[in-house]
Design a protein around this ligand. Structure first.
Ligand SMILES: Cc1ncc(C[n+]2csc(CCOP(=O)(O)OP(=O)(O)O)c2C)c(N)n1
Length: 308
């Protein structure tokens, strides 16, 4: 039986939610060998954007990359093993949570250094254009990244060379603990227009179907040669910037923001689909943890592999 588009996307996003909730639950056990930046509250965005992509289309992300890795078709066992620092991980246990990649499905990488994958993505878009491939390149980043010079250089270069790239800004309103209004004198999607890039701001970012249709439309235009585009999506980071906890008790954002999010998040509100899929997904997650736990550690000589 084929699922409706909504149910398919719900399933994929809810699977990521449960994976990250499990990561948060086991974090204090120290099985996970790196810091974790959870995307709880934002996971439906990569899911919506990756629906219409081919394996050959390329995505780049940030340290908050679990959702993008899984949405683009990355393997859960390999992701969990990577978090555990194991040889069977997608980066051989050397990349950790912040540097997930899986080139075979077009997940090209993430970085702990803010904004650095934006020029990487522009480079991939330039290569796609030179090769006359039909690929589109997507790069996901937070609004805080737009304060980095390389973001502006990247937008300018992409616009000047009319590259096949979609800039996806997940605006969760915070750069760590700082409200973005205290940092930037501009709104991302308004400002980026000055580079000649077509931009849209999506205020009600929790409607997955709407987001998917918009992504398809914009990606279709890029594939037809319209040049780069930028979408800024209003969203919400459910947990602390880095780590497994909620952080509403420390005072930098009001509790009401959490309740506003919870009221609109389908992964909280759609009780019917939650009941339908929770157990099945949790079994898959348990299996991935057993896989990670029973995998070997990297060998000493692995330190010298994949380095120039
Ligand atoms: C070049 C650089 N500057 C500063 C930092 C420290 N830092 C890590 S995450 C972060 C906030 C980034 O916020 P945003 O881009 O909005 O992404 P979010 O964490 O909200 O997803 C900062 C300043 C860093 N890792 N790299």
């Amino acid at each position: 039986m084929s699922l409706s588009l909504y149910e398919k996307m719900f399933y994929e996003a809810y699977r990521i939610r449960l994976v990250e909730e499990k990561i948060a639950e086991i974090y204090s056990s120290d099985k996970i060998q790196s810091p974790v930046h959870l995307s709880i509250g934002q996971e439906h965005i990569p899911v919506s954007f990756c629906q219409g992509l081919q394996k050959t289309d390329l995505v780049f992300g940030t340290y908050r990359g679990h959702a993008l890795y899984l949405a683009k078709g990355g393997n859960l066992n390999k992701m969990m093993a990577e978090l555990y620092g194991k040889k069977t991980g997608c980066g051989g246990g050397k990349a950790g949570s912040m540097h997930l990649s899986e080139a075979s499905v077009g997940m090209m990488g993430c970085s702990a250094i803010v904004a650095t994958t934006i020029p990487n993505a522009v480079g991939a878009a330039l290569a796609a254009k030179i090769k006359k491939s039909s690929q589109v390149i997507l790069v996901f980043f937070g609004e805080g990244s737009t304060g980095n010079g390389v973001y502006h250089e990247s937008l300018n270069f992409a616009a000047k060379h009319s590259l096949p790239i979609l800039f996806v800004c997940e605006n969760n309103n915070f750069s760590i603990y700082t409200n973005v209004d205290k940092i930037h004198s501009y709104q991302v999607s308004t400002h980026a227009r000055s580079y000649g890039i077509h931009c849209q701001f999506i205020e009600d970012g929790y409607d997955m179907i709407k987001l998917k249709n918009l992504a398809d439309d914009v990606i279709g235009k890029i594939k037809q040669g319209y040049g780069p585009q930028l979408l800024e999506i209003k969203t919400f980071r459910g947990k602390q910037h880095v780590g497994p906890a909620y952080d509403y008790d420390i005072g930098y954002r009001p509790n009401s923001q959490m309740t506003d999010w919870q009221a609109v998040d389908p992964l909280i509100q759609d009780k019917t689909l939650i009941e339908k899929y929770k157990e099945q997904i949790n079994l898959e997650i348990e299996a991935s943890m057993i896989f990670a736990d029973s995998s070997p550690d990297p060998d000493l000589e692995d330190l010298y592999n994949h380095v120039i």
